[in-house]
Design a protein around this ligand. Structure first.
Ligand SMILES: [Zn+2]
Length: 133
């Protein structure tokens, strides 16, 4: 299970902008990079459409996910995480988030007005350290 995520400041800005642009619906996207021991190192951020168009949940179309996996694969990278925004809630996983986190094995970055947190599943929801580089 990843216990840290390393992300560049420009990528944090991109995620924040994506969240601000959506405002009333959850923004979401994929984090591509590689795992270095237990650290997920983010090299690219790929915003994706929230097909639920909802303020309380998100979903990325399976074909879009597949496409992003392929892009990562071609670059010899992995999908190391997913990000999404919380519109009116703090940056902690919802019950639905937890359910999907359980099977993912990667980092969940959640951004809200009050800040950004990262989580991963390891025998329950665990907070992951964010290292901005
Ligand atoms: Zn959520």
């Amino acid at each position: 299970m990843p216990d840290a995520v390393e992300i560049q400041e420009k990528h944090v800005r991109l995620i924040r902008k994506d969240a601000e642009r959506h405002r009333d619906t959850e923004a979401c996207g994929i984090l591509i990079g590689f795992f270095d021991k237990n650290t997920a190192k983010v090299k690219e951020v790929v915003p994706a459409e929230n097909i639920l168009n909802s303020p309380i949940e998100f979903e990325i179309a399976p074909e879009v996910l597949y496409e992003i996996w392929n892009i990562a694969d071609k670059k010899n990278m992995d999908v190391v995480g997913v990000y999404h925004s919380h519109v009116g809630a703090p940056a902690v996983p919802s019950a639905r988030d937890e359910k999907f986190m359980k099977d993912s094995g990667f980092v969940w970055l959640i951004i809200s007005k009050s800040g950004m947190n990262a989580y991963a599943w390891g025998d329950g929801v665990r907070k992951v350290r964010i290292k901005i580089v």
